[in-house]
Design a protein around this ligand. Structure first.
Ligand SMILES: Cc1cc2nc3c(=O)[nH]c(=O)nc-3n(C[C@H](O)[C@H](O)[C@H](O)COP(=O)(O)O)c2cc1C
Length: 195
């Protein structure tokens, strides 16, 4: 069986829930791709605190939305083929869980499956400052092949505001999966930075 164009998206309770929402929105504009979403209990809280989006609206952006406690969901099994997973934003708790294989919720299990099946795993960790524990866990995951993609501020594209910076991060995430976000401005593009 060829691998279907499916991306697992995990949103955790780190600040920056809108990043996960915007990844789902961007994926909707890419033809032929499905998304499997899992939103942690912590993320339900940050979504409500930080965004105008209801859980129902966020769930509707995905092809399938799985409850975080459903360890029997499709994405809990390696036999359900996907192109990989992005955890965006990734809390330090979830980073620790993935780094140690402590898969006690569906999001952690899906990330564990992604690693064991040698699929692409992208983590968008959000915390500052970072403690040695955070750094060790992130290094462990990087050495295991995960892509650590912190949502750092980008200035060379002259962002008009936080929406532009958010879109840029989403473009960088999609790049890892060889997907092109419409309107993504790359260094050197004709529409790129003013010199
Ligand atoms: C408003 C708010 C902001 C938070 N921001 C962060 C953050 O940036 N990074 C982080 O690691 N945890 C953050 N936390 C704490 C996590 O939500 C908490 O550790 C939670 O248990 C993470 O669980 P989860 O990874 O299953 O979502 C925040 C919590 C709240 C309420």
């Amino acid at each position: 069986m060829t691998t279907p164009n499916r991306l697992v998206v995990g949103i955790t309770g780190a600040s920056g829930a809108i990043l996960g929402v915007e990844v789902l929105r961007a994926m909707q504009s890419i033809p032929g791709w499905e998304t499997d979403l899992v939103v942690s209990d912590g993320a339900r809280r940050t979504l409500a605190l930080e965004t105008p989006c209801s859980m129902k609206e966020v769930a509707a952006l995905a092809t399938r939305c799985h409850p975080p406690g459903d360890l029997g969901a499709l994405i809990a099994s390696g036999t359900f083929k996907t192109r990989g997973m992005v955890v965006v934003p990734a809390s330090m708790k979830t980073v620790a869980g993935i780094a140690t294989g402590y898969a006690d919720n569906l999001l952690l299990r899906a990330a564990d499956v992604t690693l064991k099946e040698r699929r692409r795993l992208v983590l968008v960790p959000r915390e500052t400052p970072l403690s040695p524990i955070h750094l060790r866990n992130l290094l462990t995951l990087s050495e295991l092949g995960a892509v650590i993609l912190p949502p750092v501020l980008t200035f060379y594209n002259r962002p008009a505001g936080v929406e532009d910076m958010t879109r840029h991060i989403v473009g960088r995430i999609l790049d890892v999966f060889d997907l092109e976000m419409p309107g993504f401005r790359r260094w050197g593009d004709a529409t790129g930075p003013v010199s």
